[in-house]
Design a binder for this molecule. Structure first.
Ligand code: URA
Length: 433
């Protein structure tokens, strides 16, 4: 006997096309019917485009998020002996913050279940970066995850396909239909996974600027406010920092080189912007978990965070002392005149690193862990003619040409005293419920 469906998919698409809100029942049915394959990919793609064009009310976004959570399992860390706090970044160029942040926060006795993804396009993936470490494995069973949270506190691992599977299916469709950049879809996608993951506190790093997914600060603010409201309504203590992604974060863009830079931060050094953002996000996470006075900078300087990093990497089969891969070929770009580096745009550097092999164009492609870019100067630095500005690394020298094409116009040197476009302050705002 066939099941009688309560709604007609085409009616729902027409309603959203004509700017009408969908009811809670309609959204619940749509997500469930899409997950079980009754609503076809082409129908859901049309719905995603209608949502992209016409938006959703707050209530609809909440319903969509809850329906996607309901499509899969929910994890529960309530029986752990410590509080949990997690971070999510909307992604950017050179954004390796999760790597030093998770062990830093865990060194204060807060568990960090950082379920992460792989990179697609010009923004890198945390798992791709960590897989540069010989032996390190991304997949853990739920039991292993829980044990590591209890014993070490920090876990960075692959999000299982059981969390919000409707989102996985919808995200793949959005990716190939030009419907990724819609606030209701981004907010429900991120928050369904984070709420299903079961953390009690969540800090969002919502980026804006040329290297971010949403370029416009006001759109990023709206995304941050929407996600903070979704988390808060679901009982997760949620805050967001609005951060600048006009200039690459730190000096390393790639995989192995980003791990190297993260280890420098854990050793008490590293670029000032990476340290600033790591410390700010750590404070947010620790405050959300009830620790208002944590000596975060000290934990980077005195080796506490590094000890947790080493334990975290070893527990997942990695050798924290093993040499990281180095590319077979290097191409150094030097300054063509004396002056000041006045601009360095994040997006072209992200695209160039991707073209060198650090990222993937299709989900199934491998990444080259040693490929990437090391910057030797940041906006505002004085440079001399012939001085290295950045080094491209790749296993195949044929990749340099296309990477260099992406970098045309991506940076410039001005006379001493010229106006520097450093992208503005790194942390622009803090958004709370
Ligand atoms: N990351 C997600 O998980 N989902 C989106 O829609 C965008 C970024």
């Amino acid at each position: 006997m066939s099941t009688i469906e309560p709604f007609d998919t085409v009616d729902l698409i027409r309603a959203k096309r004509d700017k009408h809100p969908l009811s809670t029942e309609q959204i619940n049915w749509l997500v469930d019917a899409f997950t079980r394959g009754y609503v076809g990919d082409e129908q859901m793609a049309a719905m995603a485009m209608a949502i992209f064009l016409n938006g959703m009310e707050r209530r609809e976004i909440k319903d969509l998020t809850l329906a996607m959570i309901e499509s899969g399992e929910r994890m529960d860390f309530a029986t752990l002996s410590k509080p949990t706090a997690d971070k999510h970044s909307t992604g950017g160029v050179g954004d390796k913050i999760t790597l030093p942040l998770a062990p830093l926060v865990a060194s204060f006795g807060v568990a960090v279940p950082q379920l992460s993804g792989r990179g697609l396009g010009h923004t890198g993936g945390t798992l791709d970066k960590l897989e540069s470490i010989p032996g390190w494995r991304a997949s853990l069973s739920n039991e292993e995850l829980r044990e590591q949270l209890e014993s070490i506190g920090a876990v960075i691992c692959a999000a299982g396909s059981g969390l919000a599977p409707a989102d996985g299916k919808l995200y793949s469709l959005r990716d190939i239909t030009g419907t990724v950049e819609a606030i209701p879809l981004i907010a429900s996608s991120i928050m369904s996974k984070k709420i299903a993951e079961g953390t009690s506190a969540l800090v969002l790093d919502v980026k804006f600027g040329s290297g971010a997914f949403l370029k416009d600060i006001e759109q990023s603010r709206q995304l941050a406010e929407t996600m903070v409201a979704l988390g808060t309504d679901a009982g997760v203590t949620t805050t967001a920092l609005l951060t600048n992604m006009n200039v690459p974060l730190g000096l390393a863009i790639g995989n192995a080189n980003e791990v190297r830079e993260s280890v420098e931060v854990l050793a008490g050094g590293g670029p000032a912007d990476v340290v600033e953002l790591t410390v700010a996000l750590a404070r947010e996470m620790l405050e959300s978990a009830g620790q208002m006075e944590a000596d975060v900078e000290d934990a980077l300087k005195d080796g506490r965070a590094m000890d947790t990093w080493r334990a975290m990497i070893s527990a997942q089969g990695g050798d924290p002392d093993a040499p990281l891969p180095v590319a077979r070929e290097q191409h150094v770009v030097t300054a063509d005149r004396d002056g000041v580096l006045v601009e360095q745009h994040a997006l072209p550097f992200g695209i160039a690193a991707w073209r060198l092999g650090a990222g993937r164009a299709r989900k199934q492609d491998p990444v080259q862990h040693s490929a990437g870019i090391d910057l030797h100067a940041k906006p505002g630095d004085a440079v001399k003619k012939g001085q290295p500005l950045f080094t491209l690394s790749a296993d195949e020298p044929a990749r340099f040409e296309r990477a260099l094409e992406a970098l045309e116009g991506a940076y410039s040197i001005g006379d001493e005293g010229s106006q520097v476009n450093d992208g503005g302050p790194l942390i622009v705002d803090r958004i709370t419920a």
